[in-house]
Design a protein around this ligand. Structure first.
Ligand code: CTP
Length: 399
């Protein structure tokens, strides 16, 4: 099957040309080049690509240098797994790897890799739907390589792991399985489900490092709609490896509902996940994970503000006004609409500069007047800008 036409529809024009250029350069160096994994799956699903992963059966460094020169790209990242990231001036990236074989020295450890041919590279992968490649060399450009039946599985909406040890070698695949099933609405191949269950009985995820578990958790939360995936993981008892208290609650259906036209952020989604557990439990759980410090801060801020607003603390209106967008979105989606309107309405119209122009001294006095003004707006005794000016002047007179 030749996928040139569907690939043209799924891959942006410049990226498509770069795939052709990559294929030509690798071929000139005497190797073979392929688009592999997720992008091939997404082309078959007629979806736009999420990222561009390519491999070459030839040491990729010289190829990378040639491609970077030709396309003004930058070789941005190298990892221990014969992989590189090329970024281009238009802001797009391409993940480039040497086709490889993997062996796992022990379960749940990172693999040892060695260069190999494309068939081995496909056989080492997680699921048949991710184990397909498309030829990029000029002679066979666009030809699908599908030795493990990925296309049939995809058409049948079936998730099938490639061998019985897959989830023990790499327990992150348990979370990946739930993520693909949730995202693409897949059902299980019988053996695959048994292999997942036996890896869970052996508590394999407990052997993963916190960094790897946290990374999987981030990817799940950042799915367009993570709810189906989370329910699947809960059904398997796999969420407890992230925190013993974690499980799917009915209210998650609401707190994690994707906002219309809203790009998911990690802090926004974590807030949605933590909300049904309450602040104290949530903080304990988040302490186990490796999360970026600003994200942790935003989650703490959002949960704290939510509690304060629910207690009808007028000063929370000041905090909410200054909070980052993800926190404000969370608050607007999780508070009763009249209460959130009250929060928004309570933010004074006068700024700190306005207050200083009226004679307030910067420092504690300014803070005190701003707080009093917010409280007055919360009680609705001050409504307009003119009311505010009068309120401030009265307040300053009384000092
Ligand atoms: N892969 C694997 N086992 C893993 C992680 C990755 O076999 N534990 C393989 C899969 O073939 C996968 C590819 O490496 O398609 C790239 O990994 P990743 O970018 O995580 O997967 P995508 O399928 O591109 O995921 P997504 O659609 O979520 O971007």
């Amino acid at each position: 099957m030749n996928l040139t036409d569907p690939a043209r529809r799924s891959v942006p024009r410049t990226a498509f040309k770069r795939l052709q250029a990559f294929g030509r350069i690798v071929s000139r160096h005497g190797g073979q080049a392929f688009l592999v994994g997720g992008p091939v799956r997404d082309i078959l699903l007629r979806q736009p690509l999420r990222d561009i992963d390519v491999v070459a059966t030839h040491p990729v460094e010289p190829v990378l240098r040639a491609l970077a020169n030709q396309e003004r790209g930058l070789i941005a990242r190298r990892s221990a797994f014969l992989t590189f990231k090329l970024s281009f001036p238009d802001g797009t990236c391409m993940d480039v790897a040497t086709a490889r074989k993997e062996t796992y020295p022990q379960a749940a450890s990172l693999p040892v890799v060695e260069p190999s041919e494309i068939l081995h590279d496909l056989a080492r992968r997680d699921f048949s739907i991710n184990a397909m490649a498309v030829e990029l060399g000029p002679r066979h450009f666009g030809e699908l390589i599908d030795p493990l039946g990925g296309e049939m599985d995809l058409a049948a909406r079936r998730l099938r792991a490639l061998h019985s040890q897959s989830f023990q070698d790499d327990p992150t695949r348990i979370y990946r399985a739930a993520r693909y099933a949730g995202r693409l609405n897949l059902r299980w191949d019988g053996d695959t489900l048994n292999w997942i269950r036996s890896a869970l009985r052996l508590k394999m995820p407990a052997q993963l490092t916190t960094a790897r578990l946290s990374h999987e958790w981030e990817k799940i939360l950042l799915e367009q709609d993570p709810r189906a995936t989370l329910k699947i993981l809960d059904g398997w008892g796999a969420l407890t490896f992230l925190d013993t208290n974690w499980h799917w609650k009915r209210t998650h259906a609401r707190t994690l509902r994707p906002g219309k036209n809203e790009k998911a952020t990690l802090s926004g989604r974590l807030l949605g996940w933590c909300r049904p557990f309450g602040t104290r439990k949530a903080e304990g759980a988040l302490a186990h994970l490796e999360l970026p410090a600003p994200v942790r801060g935003e989650v703490r801020l959002g949960l704290g503000l939510l509690e304060n607003i629910e207690r009808e603390d007028p000063l929370s209106a000041l905090g909410a006004a200054k909070a980052p967008e993800s926190v404000r979105n969370f608050l607007s989606q999780n508070l009763p609409a009249p209460l959130w309107k009250r929060v928004l309405r309570s933010r004074p119209l006068l700024s700190g500069t306005d207050l200083m122009e009226l004679g307030a001294v910067p420092g504690p006095e300014l803070g005190r007047i701003l707080a009093a003004l917010t409280q007055a707006r919360w009680r609705d005794t001050v409504r307009s800008r003119r009311d505010e000016v009068r309120f401030v002047i009265d307040n300053l007179r009384g000092r």
